[in-house]
Structures are given as C-alpha cells and as structure tokens.
Design a protein around this ligand. Structure first.
Ligand SMILES: Cc1cc2nc3c(=O)[nH]c(=O)nc-3n(C[C@H](O)[C@H](O)[C@H](O)COP(=O)(O)OP(=O)(O)OC[C@H]3O[C@@H](n4cnc5c(N)ncnc54)[C@H](O)[C@@H]3O)c2cc1C
Length: 452
C-alpha cells in the first residue's frame, strides 16, 4: 500500500500539535492527510471565555479546512480515528483505512474524574466548545431559576458555584464567575442580587496554581480573594451529588459544580500499544517517536517526555506547537536525505530514532489569568502579578489566536467588555433543567457549609 513515489504523512488531531506539524510541512513534496473528529480547531486557552459568556464559539475556533486551504499537498478529513495497524502502517476510522509512511498522533487529552466518571453529569469539565456551552448554560440558567423562584415569593438566598481544582483553568473560571456575578449581572435582576453569589474554589493540594512559584500562588490566592472567591486548599473532593460537593464529612451546597481537577490523555494513546504514564500519556523516545516505531510520532498532550532535569513537560500549547514543528523538521530532513530516490517503505526502514536529534522545549514562560486586570506571569526568575501580568496574558492570547478575523473580534470584544463590564454571549441554549435544582432546592438553601 505504501509503495508509492510520494511519501504520505497522516496527522491525527488538528489541535496545536497537529496543526503546527501540518503547517510546517506545507511546502514539502509529500501528501498529507489531517484527520480530526471535528471540522474545526479550538483555541482551548480561551474556552473559559465561552463558558462565561465573554466570547462566542466562532471567535475562538476556526475551520481546519480553511486554516489549511492554501496547502495544496494537504487533505483534511473529518473522522474519528479508532485504531492503528502499526504493522501495515494504516490508520483506521469507521469509514476508511488510511495508509501512511509517517504518522503523527496529536489527539490531546480529556478529563479525568479519578475513577469517578459518575460525577461527570453533575460536574462538567472544560475541554471542548460543547463543554464550554454546557457550562455557560448551567451558569446563566442558575441565575434565571433563582430569579424565577424569588419572583414567585420564595426566600432568595445566594447561589453557590463550586469549582473543583485550582490549576489555571479552575482559577480563571472561579475568578471570571466572581466578576460576572459582581459586575455584568449585578443590575439586571429584580428579585435576586447576583453580587451575593458565593464562589468556592476547592483544591486538594496545599496551594492554588501548583505549577507556579510559591510567591505567584500566594499572589493568585490574594487576587482571587479580592475578586470575591473563597479558596479552600488541602480539601480533597470525595463525593459529588446533584447540588452538593463533599470533602469527607463536610458538605458544600452547590447550585453549579465545575470540574477542573484532572486530565487524562486521549484513549487513542492506548491503541498505540506502548507504555504510558499514570495519565495515559505515551512514553515517547527523545525524538518523540513511538518506541520501536521511528515512523510514528506522538506529540502534545498525548506524549510524556521528561525535560533535561527529568521533569515531565507540561501539557501546554507551546509544548505541543514546538513538538509539531520539531517532528515536521525531522520528517523533512529524512525525506531530503533520501534525495531523489523514489521514496518507498524500504527506504524508510533504514531510519532509526537514535540518529535523530532530541526534542528540547524552549520554555518562554507561563501566564495564568485570574480575572479582570488580575493574572500572574512567570518568566524564569521574573515573576509578575496583577495588571501588567494581565496585559501580557492578553497580548499573548490575542497574538496566538488563529486567524486575523478572530484576533480582531476578540480584541474588540475584550476592549468593549473592559470598559462596559458587559458579557455579550449570554445565551441559554439546550435544556432548561439544572442537576440538583428540584431535588435539593438550592435557592432555598443557605450557603453555609455543613459538617455531617
Ligand atoms: C480550558 C483549557 C485552558 C487551557 N489554557 C491554556 C493556556 O492558557 N496556555 C497554554 O499554553 N495551554 C493551555 N491549555 C492546554 C493546551 O490547550 C493544550 O496543551 C494543547 O491544546 C495541546 O495540544 P494538542 O495538539 O496536544 O491537543 P488538542 O489541542 O487538544 O488537539 C487534539 C485534537 O485531536 C482531535 N482528536 C482527539 N481524538 C481524536 C480521534 N480519536 N480522532 C480524530 N481526532 C481526534 C481533537 O478533536 C482535537 O482537535 C488549556 C487547555 C484547556 C482545556
């Protein structure tokens, strides 16, 4: 099947890793197939803005076909990859068997509920546009249901929003929920006071933003406090029911629960048959290839690779981007060294991962936003907090957003909402029910924590 003159590269996943690999191979004399289960690329760092009604989905996503339209060597297929035949060098979807000479697997990661998948319906996580819309629906619906109940004469007690996990996603969700309830919604309801909404951020570890330096964690916690978020660290969630979160014997009433605690690599990693770490990330060679298969690369959130100090590379966009470009470079160099020889399966088998360069991550720094004019930034020994860090965050996120149109739209939206406090995408779509609302009567329940 692969005995053809034009080498064929198949890329699974058009997230940050896959898309950058495809773009870096644009002018190579090869045939590229990009397969993704979605027809669009999602800029995940801004998902929380969709979840909190600041941006619309179309402003943080772009059709893959349109991003790659000028790459004449690239075809885009929408499809779910279910299996690999590594012996025959074939990628399997329910509709097709697609041969490859090189394979790049960049299928990303999803949520982990630490063995409690039954919590998911009560505590959605944030990974996709669909997740963001579901979170937006629940958050906005909670205010509407509370208003309706209070308007009908029942006592209006504050809503309780509980965010589980104080990594970057949990922190930005909690901070933005506080901002919405205290500003954007503050004057729009007549029977409830949205500003009294209680936002609780629960973290199992001893500090928020555990991947950041101590001083930045402390600063983030202070900034959250100023925004009106209650933070409880060293609080491990042991049970989630409709309308309540438990840590041991302590019960936290919760109108809306959001899950930002665990990450699990795409199940596609398992289909590659290689060793994986506890999160299911594939343990790759230093050149990002699959052990024993130099023609297969695994990159981005799906790959586990230690840096030069033995610390695992983080699951962040710059790692995936740099890895995508790196494997593209390896492939280009090997094809160039094969020269004008007809590329065949036999010539590929000559290669091995030992003769290749190793991947090195260039860490340019980390940024985490907390809310309006609140963020932390770590550039080596330089640590910044507050407004300046937030400006840096804003600049980087607009710069890396895909498509000029999206950059312009997001910039305008942010400038507008900074001045007016408005959040323009406040649409409730889908179901009008909220888990726990009828069974647990959260609006009539005090926000006091109960010790059982
Ligand atoms: C809410 C949130 C906020 C984040 N914030 C930041 C941030 O501020 N800064 C930062 O650097 N990083 C951030 N990240 C992490 C960053 O987005 C990821 O590290 C990055 O997206 C990983 O890129 P990737 O290419 O490995 O995977 P993804 O970008 O996740 O892409 C995977 C692609 O594979 C496709 N796919 C999956 N399975 C299949 C299948 N079986 N068949 C076909 N296609 C499939 C998916 O549809 C998707 O398009 C955030 C992540 C989330 C979820």
């Amino acid at each position: 099947m692969t005995d053809h003159a034009t080498p064929r590269v198949v890329i699974v996943g058009a997230g940050f890793g896959g898309l950058n690999a495809a773009q870096a191979l644009a002018k190579a004399p090869i045939q590229i197939t990009v397969i993704d289960r979605k027809n669009f690329h999602t800029f995940q760092p801004l998902l929380y803005q969709v979840a909190t009604a600041g941006l619309s989905p179309g402003e943080i996503a772009a059709p893959i076909r349109s991003i790659l339209r000028s790459h004449t060597n690239t075809e885009v297929l929408m499809g779910e990859v279910t299996e690999f035949d590594l012996g025959q060098r074939i990628v399997v979807t329910p509709e097709a068997r697609i041969p490859y000479d090189y394979l790049i697997v960049a299928a990303g990661a999803g949520h982990s509920y630490f063995g409690h998948d039954e919590w998911e319906p009560y505590a959605p996580g944030l990974k996709t546009i669909e997740d963001a819309l579901e979170i937006r629906r629940r958050v906005l619906l909670a205010f509407e249901l509370a208003e309706r109940r209070a308007a009908a004469g029942e006592t209006a007690t504050p809503l309780n929003f509980v965010v589980v996990g104080a990594g970057p996603t949990g922190v930005e969700l909690a901070g933005t929920l506080a901002e919405i309830s205290r500003h954007a919604l503050a004057h729009e309801f007549r029977s409830i006071d949205p500003a009294r909404t209680h936002i609780l951020l629960l973290e199992g570890g001893p500090r928020v933003l555990p991947s950041y330096a101590d001083d930045l964690s402390r600063s983030a916690q202070e900034q959250l406090h100023r925004l009106g978020v209650e933070v409880r660290t060293s609080t491990t969630v042991t049970q989630i029911d409709p309308g309540a979160v438990f840590s041991g014997n302590t019960r936290f009433p919760a109108t809306v629960i959001l899950w930002a605690a665990g990450v699990a690599a795409s199940p596609l990693g398992k289909r590659l048959g290689a060793a994986a770490d506890r999160a299911g990330r594939v343990l790759v060679e230093p050149d990002l290839s699959l052990p024993g298969h130099p023609e297969v690369f695994v990159i981005g959130d799906l790959a586990a690779l230690p840096d030069e100090h033995g610390k695992m590379l983080p699951g962040v966009a710059p790692v995936a981007i740099q890895q995508g470009r790196f494997v593209a470079q390896v492939i280009r160099q090997e094809l160039e060294s094969a020269g004008s020889r007809s590329f065949s399966r036999t010539s590929r088998e000559d290669g091995d991962s030992d003769s290749r360069p190793s991947f090195h991550y260039w860490d340019k720094g980390s940024l985490a936003t907390i809310g309006r004019a609140a963020a932390v930034a770590e550039f080596g020994r330089v640590h910044i907090s507050g407004f300046i860090a937030w400006l840096a965050w804003l600049f980087v996120h607009i710069l890396f957003l895909i498509g000029f149109r999206n950059r312009l739209l997001v910039f305008i939206q942010w400038a507008w909402s900074y001045v007016t406090y408005e959040r323009g995408a406040r649409l409730i779509t889908g179901s009008a029910s909220l888990p726990g609302w009828t069974t647990d009567q959260p609006a009539a329940e005090s926000n006091a924590v109960r010790h059982l």
